[in-house]
Ligand binder design. Structure first.
Ligand SMILES: *Cc1c(COP(=O)(O)O)cnc(C)c1O
Length: 386
């Protein structure tokens, strides 16, 4: 057994990030300014998106996207049930209604057929969530959106960087929202980014993300700015600080290297677990490249002596952290109480949830760390003899 606890996640922070933050602290300018502007510019170039807006969370990005679309009471947004609550909560922040749908049982991403079935005259947008880092099957979703005149906002909190049929996530739908929360594949501690090719949505998000102030709000934060401004709407306070962007610009330079490290770990897990009857390795579509933010392993408890919860406890006893992504939204009290969902509403997500366990997958893991996870998983899932 490994002697020290292996956390489920550790961020990759080097001296360079530390020095970058210290430089901002010494600069006299802590909030939105030149470093945020640089981070946005470099992120947009990296993704290939004409507009990139840095914000103080991925949730803020999702909310602003819906605000930019002009969503309000009476509108519906289709969201997969296997996601984090933020995906659906921002819909309610607009006064609109999240309509949950089930996932594909193999890839765990939103099922385009269920999306089409869920469309009503009130539907205004679809929110594909690129679960674990794997892009949703975007072509059918974009086709549905075109045919029904719906907007698409992608929850790309897990998928930096990821590709779908050679196209980078962040350039596929109308607006894409990334998260830089501490556990995500690029972190600024807390932070997020919205990308789009549409100048009008970009302008609305920028204004509504900073108090609904008109004009070029950014000039207020530079030497060129003046004291004058006009408030056009009751906006939000969602801007990113230079302090956070200072971490982001350094992280962005190594985002591909960090992804390669996660891919290598995922491949080692895949090789070790593929032939084990008690384990189901993650399915990635042949034309897609996952960011491998998560390694969502599924257990087959009928081939084991324990269930998923016990498995997690046993991993912990062996000094290995793990997690579960996600408790489907329709199983939470709020969504049941408010929208009438029940256990059984979305069988694919529930069946997956019962068996899912996310293993550690992050660049700081050593080969010995990966070996220790593999050993523990194999020990716990080896078929009982006879
Ligand atoms: C992390 C996460 C978010 C929210 O991002 P924050 O930056 O924490 O606001 C949204 N959706 C999913 C699927 C996430 O995992």
């Amino acid at each position: 057994m490994r002697p020290e606890f292996l956390p489920f996640h550790l961020p990759s922070i080097s001296d360079e990030e530390v020095e970058s933050v210290v430089a901002v602290l010494r600069s006299g300018w802590l909030t939105t300014g030149p470093v945020v502007e640089r981070f946005q510019r470099e992120f947009g170039v990296y993704i290939g998106a004409p507009y990139a807006l840095a914000l103080n969370s991925g949730t803020a990005a999702l909310h602003l996207a819906l605000v930019a679309f002009g969503l309000g009471p009476g509108d519906e947004v289709i969201v997969p049930t296997l996601t984090f609550t933020a995906s659906a909560a921002v819909v309610t922040h607009c006064g609109a209604t999240p309509i949950l749908v089930d996932i594909c049982p193999d890839t765990l991403t939103i099922d385009p057929e269920r999306v089409e079935q869920a469309i009503t005259p009130r539907t205004r947008a679809i929110m594909p969530v690129h679960f674990g880092g794997q892009p949703c099957d975007m072509d059918p979703l974009l086709d549905i959106a075109r045919r029904h005149d719906l907007r698409t906002v992608e929850d790309a909190a897990h998928s930096l960087p990821a590709r779908y049929k050679g196209r980078t996530v962040g350039t596929l739908g109308d607006i894409t929202c990334f998260s830089f929360y501490a556990t995500k594949t690029l972190t600024t501690g807390e932070g997020g980014m919205a990308t789009t090719a549409n100048p009008e949505w970009a302008r609305r998000m920028r204004s509504m993300g900073l108090h609904g102030i008109s004009d070029d709000v950014w000039t207020r934060y530079t030497a060129a700015g003046s004291w004058y401004y006009e408030v056009l709407s009751p906006g939000f306070k969602y801007n990113m600080a230079d302090l956070a962007a200072a971490i982001g610009v350094v992280q962005l330079k190594k985002v591909d290297r960090m992804r390669d490290a996660r891919v290598r770990i995922a491949q080692r897990y895949n090789r070790a677990f593929a032939e084990m009857p008690a384990l189901e390795i993650p399915v990635v579509r042949t034309h897609s490249e996952s960011a491998w933010h998560l390694y969502p392993l599924r257990l087959r408890p009928e081939c084991m002596t324990m269930d998923r919860n016990r498995f997690i406890e046993e991993l912990k006893k062996r000094n290995i952290g793990s997690s579960v992504h996600f408790i489907p939204l329709h199983l939470h009290p709020y969504y049941q109480r408010t929208f009438g969902y029940r256990p059984g509403s979305f069988p694919n997500a529930e069946e997956a949830f019962e068996r899912l366990v996310s293993l550690p997958v992050y660049p700081n893991m050593t080969d010995a760390d990966v070996d220790s996870v593999i050993d523990a998983v194999q020990e716990l899932t080896r078929q009982p003899v006879g």
